[in-house]
Design a protein around this ligand. Sequence first.
Ligand code: DX5
Ligand code: ZN
Length: 217
Amino acid sequence: MIRISPSILAADFANLKPDVDDVRAGGADWLHVDVMDGLFVPNISIGIPVVKSLRKATDMFLDVHLMIDRPHRYVGEFCDAGADMVVFHVEADQPQDLFAAIEEVKAKGKMVGLSVKPKTPAEVLVPYLPLLDMVLVMTVEPGFGGQRFMHDQLPKIKTIAGMIAAVKPECLLEVDGGIDPTTSPLVKEAGANVLVTGSAVFGKEDRAAAIDAIRKA
Ligand code: DX5
Ligand code: ZN
């Protein structure tokens, strides 16, 4: 089963509720929420208050992607704000704090994922994989929507899909960055089963058609 998780980074933040309702009606499975701190990535987006408001405004599954430094400081607050899945970066914290953050999210009864930037090798995930509900492979450098898909990430997606199959078959494999009807067949073929998509959905007039095209391509 393929899940489509539209990223609200490409939505109109002054029109967020109607935009969210539109992708929900258009068949989106999850909603991807990009949190950026201007430190881990060179951009600032949204944070805990917006997750809280979204939680009140929609019943969609909130897939919260933290692009923040030392995420262990904030994962609990994102869980309490209403995230269903909290994903943070393996590059953003020390191993002991990553393990602590993973445990904290699980103790809150939420799903937990780890993300790797394009230059980070698959092998760094090995110690964490048995604990994870999802791995997120970035297919652009995190920080901005609307970038070009990095084809050189496809072998890594395949490698991680193999690791997941061997160690934790129920662990999901998400990809994020430059996903559209042209690149979705490539990532699906490589083993991804959760597809984040920003501009290719919110940038289109007909969101239902855009979601459908990405799912079926
Ligand atoms: C980038 C974000 C992505 C971004 C994807 O740092 O993590 O979720 O919104 O946007 P598109 O699909 O436009 O590449
Ligand atoms: Zn993201």
